[in-house]
Design a protein around this ligand. Structure first.
Ligand code: CA
Ligand code: CA
Length: 383
């Protein structure tokens, strides 16, 4: 059974901060400069000023549509410009966070095809257009929230060294200051890299998703609610399609039609097929070694929309797969994954709480032919 880390790597749904390596004697500031250099921005400390007054006025539906459209255009442009056009949807990823707390998130796009050349470009929707604020080196780096400031944090960890920058924007553009930097070789008592959460109360890592789908962009409100520690399990008592608690078991036993789509970019998109066809060799994945058989099934409202979905594993001789079945407007979608998550980590509200291997919980978003997995800190979920 492939473990959860395989899922994260192979499914390529979420990006994890790479945080391991052998310490070397490289000078820390040089490493920071080389890897984390800021392009086209000046380094400055924030001026003394009043505490920021966050304007959290609600953003109208039309304006929301506008920034979402503008950001998706920018992400699409990034994918078009990606060096490997075929895998552009996989190599470009994005995240959203309201850096200046004005009610509209900023967009961060990760460019590059490996840790060595990752670059994060930060955009803001202002006066009806998407403007780039600046860019930051993102090799071995990730974005973190800065809840009490009009800013955002970028944290790095590599080869025994770690650092973090606080970032904000003013009339001059994107500004940064060092939040911390540390050589773990000098702190043998530390087993792991510190995180921004140890320096900034309430800071959590901002989920990044691959640029294949706009679903995370359209569901920014929901994801930011998760990040603030609220769940949206509006329906703690979700209903079954057709109010039939046997809906999914019947679909399987009667070999109903499903619209099967790749959820991870690695599996196939077979389209409309009978459920049993998913069990045949090479239907789910091009390089299967055998047919597969039905393994475990679980039901839960996996995407928090108030309707029960069905999660199942398909077991092969050497590899396993995972499928989510979800009925939507009369169509049963089958979202296909290369490897299963640990079903035991699934709580009854549809969240994967895997505390053993990772401090992150996983929530699904899916709709139509899009399905993504979003990571949020386990500590935020107090089910
Ligand atoms: Ca903003
Ligand atoms: Ca659901």
């Amino acid at each position: 059974m492939k473990n959860i880390f395989s899922v994260l790597c192979l499914c390529a749904i979420v990006l994890l901060l790479s945080a391991c390596g052998n310490p070397t004697s490289v000078d820390v500031p040089n490493v920071v400069e080389e890897e984390n250099g800021i392009e086209g921005v000046s380094e400055a400390r924030p001026e003394e000023e009043d505490s920021p007054s966050f304007d959290t006025a609600s953003i109208g539906q039309e304006e929301k549509q506008n920034w979402q459209d503008a950001y998706w255009e920018e992400i699409t442009r990034a994918k078009t410009a990606a060096t490997n056009a075929e895998m552009a949807g996989e190599s470009v990823s994005y995240a959203l966070y309201d850096m200046n707390k004005d009610g509209i998130p900023e967009l961060m796009i990760r460019f590059g095809d490996c840790e060595a050349n990752y670059e994060g470009r930060i955009y803001r929707f202002t006066d009806g257009v998407c403007q780039m604020l600046g860019s930051v080196g993102l090799g071995h780096g990730s974005f973190w929230t800065d809840p009490q400031e009009e800013g955002m944090i970028v944290a790095y960890g590599h080869m025994g060294y770690c650092s973090a920058l606080r970032m904000w924007s003013d009339a001059e553009g994107l500004q940064t200051e060092s939040l911390y930097q540390m050589d773990l070789n000098e702190h043998p008592e530390l087993q792991e890299y510190p995180t921004p959460a140890e320096y900034v109360a309430g800071s959590v890592r901002i989920p990044e998703t691959r640029g294949r789908f706009d679903l995370p962009l359209r569901n920014y409100d929901k994801i930011s609610m998760w990040l603030e520690g609220d769940d949206d399990f509006s329906s703690r008592d979700p209903g079954y399609p057709d109010e039939d608690s046997e809906f999914y078991s019947r679909l399987i036993s009667e070999d109903g039609i499903v619209c099967a789509v790749s959820a991870d970019g690695f599996t196939n998109t077979p389209g409309n097929v009978h459920f049993s066809e998913l069990l045949e060799k090479n239907v789910i994945y091009p390089y299967m070694r055998s047919n597969v058989r039905l393994g475990e099934t679980r039901t839960a409202d996996l995407n928090g929309d108030g309707r029960v979905d069905c999660l199942l594993s398909l077991l092969g001789d050497e590899e396993d797969y995972m499928v989510i079945l979800s009925e939507e407007d009369g169509v049963v979608y089958a979202y296909l994954f290369f490897c299963p998550l640990h079903f035991d980590a699934l709580d009854r509200y549809g969240t994967f709480l895997s505390t053993e291997h990772t401090p992150y919980a996983f929530r699904f978003l899916f709709e139509g032919e899009q399905c993504v997995l979003i990571e949020v800190p386990v500590s935020l979920f107090k089910n």
